[in-house]
Design a protein around this ligand. Structure first.
Ligand code: A3P
Length: 290
């Protein structure tokens, strides 16, 4: 319905509405107590938000529900059409400490986050599963450009011709900065393999301490099954005409390796060869199967 075109901001394709608001986004000055959760879209943002929210509320789901917005934590840069409120407006109306979510590549993150030494959690997911998940999201999210046929989408992904730009540059940018910027860099596949271990990692990074029982509860509340039923997490609060859940639910499959059901052998080979080129010289330990 809206299907906004992409406009490049400093070379990165962003939705045109965001490009229009770019100066205010870039000028945003966070509080040192604010936490940034950053991802390439579809890498496990919502899952991580849920975990962080529950950790901050000692595992109390009811307390989380009293959060300021139905989207749980404000987006730094989402400026969608109604009924979804602007991320920046929500941010400005919410007192720190805030959990702020973004899909901006690291070079577009407002400098205040680094100057104020804000904590940053970055979640990364293997390229092929990330691509498949983004494909379904672009089908159901009527504000994103039409994804077109899957084969063409694979090429767009390889070229970085999707909203928020190149997956390769995104994951590499945060990876290279992780020590200097004190970024907690976590992987979707690790969360799937051992969610408890990753919840504990996040808890320690945030300098929090909750009981073993609360950790168990958080792991349970943030299982795929429970989040799929949870209106605070499944985005049923954003109905048509923005998200068409009848095309694909937001909480779609939640597995590692779904790419095998979508890539042909030929596409997979071509993608892997290109991947080698684009990721040359990096050692980010991605896993496409667990
Ligand atoms: P799929 O489309 O592969 O199912 P984001 O929140 O960054 O938009 O990411 C959404 C993806 O994370 C979707 O992937 C969604 O199903 C998956 N996801 C969300 N919560 C999850 C959970 N608790 N366990 C596993 N996967 C989850």
């Amino acid at each position: 319905m809206f299907r906004f075109p992409l406009v490049r901001v400093r070379g990165v394709p962003l939705m045109s509405l965001i490009a229009k608001e770019w100066d205010s986004i870039w000028a945003f000055n966070p509080d040192p107590s604010d936490l940034l959760i950053s991802t390439y879209p579809k890498a496990g943002t919502t899952w991580t938000q849920e975990i962080v929210d529950l950790l901050l509320h000692n595992g109390d789901a009811e307390a989380c529900k009293r959060a300021p917005t139905p989207i749980r934590s404000p987006f730094l840069e989402i400026i969608p059409p109604p009924p979804v409120p602007s991320g920046l407006d929500l941010l400005k109306k919410t007192d720190p400490p805030r959990i702020i979510k973004t899909h901006l590549p690291i070079e577009l993150v407002p400098l205040g986050f680094w100057e104020n030494k804000c904590k940053v959690i970055y979640v990364a997911r293997n390229a092929k599963d990330n691509l498949v998940s983004y494909y379904y999201f672009d089908l159901m999210n009527q504000t994103q450009p039409e994804p077109g046929p899957f084969d063409g989408y694979v090429h767009k992904f390889m070229r970085g011709d999707l909203a928020w730009g190149s997956w390769y540059d995104h994951v590499k940018g945060y990876w290279e900065a992780r020590e200097k910027r004190n970024i907690l860099y976590i992987f979707y596949e690790d969360m799937k393999e051992n969610p408890r271990r990753e919840v504990v990692r996040i808890m320690k990074y945030l300098d929090l301490s909750v009981s073993e029982e609360v950790i168990d509860r958080i792991v349970d509340l943030t299982s795929f099954k429970n989040m799929k039923e949870n209106p605070m997490a499944n985005y049923s609060c954003i109905p048509k005409p923005v998200f068409d859940h009848s095309i694909s639910p937001f909480m779609r499959k939640g597995v590692v390796g779904d790419w095998k059901n979508h890539f042909s052998d030929e596409q997979s080979k071509m993608f892997d060869e290109d991947y080698e080129r684009q990721m040359k010289g990096t050692n980010i330990p991605f896993r496409t199967l667990i």
